[in-house]
Design a protein around this ligand. Structure first.
Ligand code: ATP
Ligand code: MG
Length: 1136
């Protein structure tokens, strides 16, 4: 949410001078100083902004500041130039009111800076987009160009604008900039030729010489050294903080952005160079016969270079500096120029050239920045024009007079517009209008601009008058005509009042401007007003080939010779001021009054006298008075209520009704006297600043109370929160502590208990131990005693036993010895007896054996031989049968073990035959019907061909496939297959032998039960179909070829074409099948198979003999057939 603030917040002094109490010059300046010391350079007088030049960059122009002031009400934030710019821009955009921003102030007060700040603010807040940005950029970049050509360093300002500028920026209905128009006023052209001490010529001269490249300078015939040029003052050529070279680049860049063509920039620089060259042309007198001096150009080099630069004939220009053509009564006369006149002419040319160039630049920029769209524009004008100029040391001359006149006019419209605005607001707000007393400076304007007796009119009259005209005659005229005017003062005035006024010299007059008295010296008035340029010079310039030069001097065109004098400078200025005033009057004015705080161009110094002087002549105190005439301060009800609502209980903190009622309640409650304020439609008007300050004071006090209240509540809240936190913490700490204490106590009790427990347990244990030890000792004592006793007993027993044993052993040893002796004696006896017994039995057995053998010899010989024979035979047969086991079951297997014994020969052969028959039977038993048929065919083939045809053995291993063409499946023979009425038994590719040459051509050979067919191999078209009954016989050779002849029955239907001589790889199969079909068909004769190496074949009419010979020429493995003669075809069959 945006924070609502007010100008009145944190004010240093007063932000708006209308609130100043008491209001006088001193308090006014004090307030300015106070604010200036606190870096507050802006102060308001109502809607007027006073701007003090800080002479240093302040951080108040940042993009953040732009955002801060954007769309905020004027009085909402502390005074700032952005507030004014924002107000003007929003009023233009939202209320469709044309605006003008009038910036005034003396030289160096910051007008130009202010105008740039306004422009940059508007550029920042208005719309964006490629086109809009380009326009903005062009408008902003016009400034550096104009500043380079129109600004110069002066004693008062290092970047002083030496021309007045008014720029209209045009916007569309959305507030986007469309373009602009710049008007310039009265360039101080005298500066081109002469600059006061400590000042410089226009920046562009120095920038060009410092910043241009060597190339450019050569082209322009210039030298970088300033001292080479008479027109450049040297004592202050270099200015602190100004980088001319960098500025030159900036200017060139700006010119490019604005839209200058490269050639145009070049032309402009050439003219600048020409002015410098012109300044270097010097003259010397040359005596003439008539006694007068005539001027001559001293050193022609510069003249020559200048002429080359501009394309002017040197002689023409030279002549124009020596002679002058005077036209009177249609007559032309040439008069010579003396040296002084020549210098005058030179300077006049330089000044005119430069000021015209400047005007051309403005026009050219205008062309670029002109708004394109023809729709109605809203306009914001920015006027940056010199403020009042009063030189105390130097003489005020014609220029100051003109400037001050302009300011007088501006003051007039300021008063007019301020009052008008004030009045309009009163009417708008329905407040009664009270007349305001103020000084109207219309009378001073009239003194200057009155067409009959105004000072400018009289100056023009003097200038145009024939006869001798001098500045003094002009002053005389003033003295007579304006003598009575209360704002005109002159020493020679009849008015005796000034006769003794020594502050008023004789050659001067004084005008009481609204801002103070100014003394003008009349010297130069007539000349400057005339602003004469000899026609010869303008004609010479027109003759230049330089196109821009010609444009600048159109009056030099001989075709347009105008004898009328050109309008005077004063007249022109008055006219342009008139136009400007008219323009400004149609717009809503916004004022920026610039003040410079010191003469030294430094920061932080505030010279009271200087500021006082400016405040006075800008009429600022007067401004405040006008502004405060009715009601000093006004404020919309809403903001007023928002600001002061805390002063009344009914409006605090919220007022629900309309703001106006709220304000009424508030003011009544605060007992503000009714004459102190008035209720407008949307604003409350407060008559006295004091009332406002009282309200502010009460607000401040109230805010303090409120702050105390808020503080109180906040502190209470804070303490309570703190307390609650402490309480909560205390409970937590206590809980933790208690737990800790209890834990400690418990630990202590626990350890004490343990100690006690262990003591008791120890004591008990020791008692038991003692008891046990006692018992143990008792037991041990008993045991020891028993042991001793038992020991004694045992030893006694042992001793007894040992004695007993010794005794026993002695007995047994003696016994053993005795027994041994007895046994050995016995053994010896037995051995003798046994030897005697064995000898008796051997002798007995030998005798018995001899007896048995003698008895059984005859029985053994009769039976043993047969038994051994049977057994041996049985073993041999067994071995023989086991040996036969290795034979395989294949009927083809011819192997049979060799016969092992001669006596098995017959059985061996029989066994082999029986076994073979048996395994053949087994083999046949596995056959299917088809296989059986195939073997039958094979069998038949063997019957036909075995041992008759050499081809036969090789066919045995080849199975009879029948359908070699796969006629059923092959889509190629689909048509042929369907043409066959019966099942195809054989289909094969054969060669049909041509009887003419013996060569074969491929044919498809098909065989069914009732006929055979020959068909074309490629097309499958049937060539011949022969019923089998028509087939008489088949002839083949005895050799290994595949030729066969199908001989037809004579007289049969098929015989007309003759027999067929064919050859096939499957000859055996084909013939066998043909024979078999012949055999199986009951109603048919059997087909004869004729096997011989020579047979006859009936071809149509003639019979041909086919003869087979062996070992013919070898061309591969196949047999070749050749026609030998009409009756013989010879087939040579390769030897096997
Ligand atoms: N707002 C500002 N902030 C900082 N410096 C400023 C400001 N205004 C002016 N100045 C300084 O003061 C100098 C003079 O200002 P400026 O050229 O605007 O004066 P001026 O009123 O246009 O004078 P003149 O009438 O001679 O053209 C500037 O060059 C700049 O250094
Ligand atoms: Mg300026």
């Amino acid at each position: 949410m945006e924070v609502k603030t007010s100008l009145l917040d944190n004010m240093i002094g007063v932000g708006d001078m209308v609130l100043l109490e008491p209001l006088n010059e001193d308090s006014f300046i004090m307030n300015l100083r106070n604010r200036f010391d606190h870096n507050e350079i802006y102060t308001y007088i109502g809607s007027v902004v006073i701007s003090m030049n800080p002479y240093r960059s302040l951080p108040i122009y940042t993009p953040q500041k732009v955002e801060e002031y954007r769309n905020r009400n004027f009085y909402e934030l502390s005074p700032h130039i952005y507030a004014l710019a924002d107000e003007a821009y929003r009023s233009l955009r939202d209320q469709d009111k044309d605006q003008c921003i009038l910036i005034t102030g003396e030289s160096g007060a910051g007008k130009t800076e202010a105008s740039k700040l306004v422009m940059s603010y508007v550029a920042a807040v208005c719309g964006k987009g490629q086109e809009v940005n380009k326009v903005k950029e062009q408008l902003l970049q016009s400034n550096p160009v104009l500043e380079a050509f129109g600004n110069a360093k002066t004693m008062r300002n290092d970047n002083s604008s030496r021309f007045g500028k008014y720029m209209d920026i045009e916007f569309d209905f959305k507030g986007d900039p469309l373009g602009g128009v710049i008007s310039n006023y009265l360039l101080e052209k005298s500066r081109v030729c002469k600059q006061p001490r400590g000042e410089r010529n226009f920046h562009i001269f120095y920038q060009l010489l410092s910043g241009a490249s060597d190339d450019t300078l050569v082209k322009l015939k210039l030298d970088r050294d300033f001292s080479k040029y008479n027109y450049l003052s040297l004592d202050s050529a270099n200015v602190n903080g100004l980088d001319d070279a960098a500025s030159f680049r900036t200017v060139r860049n700006a010119m490019q952005i604005v839209g200058f063509m490269e050639a145009e920039v070049q032309s402009v620089l050439e003219l600048v160079a020409a002015v410098l060259k012109l300044g270097n042309i010097e003259f010397k007198p040359e005596s003439r016969v008539n006694g007068f001096d005539e001027s001559r150009v001293k050193d022609k080099n510069d003249l020559k270079e200048m002429c080359e630069l501009l394309g002017i004939e040197q002689s023409v220009l030279e002549r124009a500096f020596s002679y002058r053509t005077v036209e009177a009564k249609m007559e032309k006369m040439s008069t010579t120029l003396n040296v002084a006149q020549a210098y005058y002419a030179r300077d006049a040319l330089a000044k005119n050239l430069y000021s015209r160039l400047f005007s051309w630049l403005v026009t050219r920029i205008n062309e670029s920045i002109k708004a394109q769209a023809k729709t109605r524009h809203k306009v914001m004008g920015v006027l940056d024009i010199y403020g009042f100029e009063i030189f105390e040391v130097r003489d005020n001359s014609f220029e100051q007079f003109i400037i001050n006149y302009c300011n007088e006019k501006l003051q007039q419209i300021f008063i007019e517009l301020t009052l008008r605005e004030e009045q309009e607001e009163y009417i708008r707000e329905d407040i009664e209008w009270t007349n305001i007393e103020y000084f109207n400076n219309a009378v001073i304007c009239d003194l200057i601009e009155n067409n009959q007796n105004g000072i400018l009119a009289m100056l023009d009259e003097e200038c145009l008058r024939p006869g001798t005209v001098t500045d003094d005659t002009f002053l005389d005229k003033l003295n007579t005509i304006c003598a009575e005017h209360q704002h005109f003062e002159s020493r020679l005035n009849k008015n005796s009042k000034f006769l003794t006024d020594h502050s008023l010299p004789h050659s001067c007059f004084r005008i009481q401007h609204y801002a103070g008295k100014v003394l003008y010296r009349v010297e130069g008035f007539v000349d400057k007003n005339n602003d004469l340029l000899y026609r010869d010079l303008s004609q010479a310039m027109y003759k230049a080939t330089h196109s821009l030069m010609r444009q600048l001097f159109p009056e030099g065109n001989p075709a347009k010779v105008n004898l009328k004098r050109p309008p005077t400078a004063g007249f022109q200025f008055k006219a342009s001021v008139g136009v400007l005033m008219k323009n400004l009057q149609t717009k809503n004015p916004n004022y920026i009054r610039c003040i410079k705080p010191n003469d030294k161009k430094v920061a932080h110094i505030f010279t009271d006298s200087l500021v006082c002087h400016q405040v006075r002549y800008l009429g600022l105190v007067e401004n405040v008075r006008v502004r405060r005439a009715g009601y000093a301060f006004r404020q919309p009800y809403e903001s007023c209520l928002e600001r002061y609502k805390m002063l009344c209980k009914k409006t605090w903190p919220h007022w629900r009704g309309p703001a106006r009622d709220g304000v009424e309640v508030l003011l009544t409650d605060c007992s503000v006297p009714t004459e102190e304020f008035a209720y407008g439609r949307s604003k409350i008007f407060i008559r006295n600043p004091r009332t406002l300050f009282t309200l502010e004071e009460r607000r401040r006090a109230c805010l303090e109370d409120l702050a105390t209240l808020i503080q109180k509540i906040y502190r209470g809240w804070k303490s309570r929160t703190h307390f609650l936190l402490l309480k909560k913490s205390q409970v937590v700490v206590a809980a933790w502590y208690r737990r800790y204490a209890q834990q400690n106590k418990y630990q202590k009790i626990k350890s004490a208990t343990l100690v006690m427990q262990s003591f008791i347990r120890g004591w008990k244990a020791r008692n038991i131990l003692r008891q046990l030890k006692y018992e143990k000792r008792c037991k041990e004592a008993v045991t020891t005693i028993a042991a001793y006793w038992h020991g004694t007993q045992a030893r006694m027993e042992l001793r007894r036993l040992k004695t007993e044993a010794r005794n026993k052993r002695a007995v047994s040893v003696i016994w053993a010895y005795w027994q041994g002796t007895k046994a050995r004696r016995e053994l010896r006896h037995l051995k003798v007896a046994a030897r005697e017994k064995l000898a008796v039995s051997v002798i007995w057995a030998g005798w018995q054996g001899t007896k048995v053998r003698r008895e059984y010899r005859k029985f053994f010989r009769a039976n043993a031989g047969k038994k051994i024979y049977d057994f041996t035979i049985q073993r041999i047969m067994q071995k023989y049968f086991l040996g036969l086991k290795t034979t395989t079951m294949s009927p083809m297997d011819n192997s049979w073990p060799a016969k092992p014994y001669g006596f098995l020969e017959g059985a061996h052969t029989q066994l082999r035959r029986i076994f073979h028959l048996w395994r053949c039977k087994k083999y046949r038993g596995q056959f299917t019907e088809e296989k059986k048929a195939v073997y039958e065919e094979k069998l038949e083939a063997s019957e036909i061909f075995k041992d008759k045809k050499a081809l036969y053995p090789s066919s045995v291993s080849q199975p009879f496939k029948g359908d070699y063409l796969e006629i059923q499946k092959n889509p190629k023979y689909q048509k042929l297959n369907s043409a066959m009425e019966e099942k195809v038994l054989l289909a094969d590719l054969v060669n049909k032998i041509n009887r003419a040459n013996g060569k074969g051509s491929p044919r498809l050979f098909l065989l069914t039960k009732s006929n055979f067919v020959l068909a074309d191999q490629k097309t499958g078209q049937v060539k011949a179909s022969v019923p089998l009954p028509d087939l008489a016989s088949v002839s083949v050779s005895t050799q290994s070829d595949g030729f066969f002849a199908l001989k037809l029955k004579e007289g049969s239907a098929s015989a007309s074409k003759g027999d067929f001589l064919l050859s096939s790889e499957h000859l055996i199969e084909i013939i066998t099948k043909l024979h078999r079909i012949g055999t199986t068909a009951a109603d048919r004769d059997q087909i004869n198979i004729d096997i011989s190496d020579e047979f006859l074949v009936q071809f149509k009419q003639d019979k041909v003999c086919v003869k087979f010979i062996q070992g013919g020429p070898k061309n591969g493995n196949s047999a070749a057939c050749k026609r030998k003669n009409n009756r013989l075809l010879e087939v040579s069959v390769p030897s096997p």
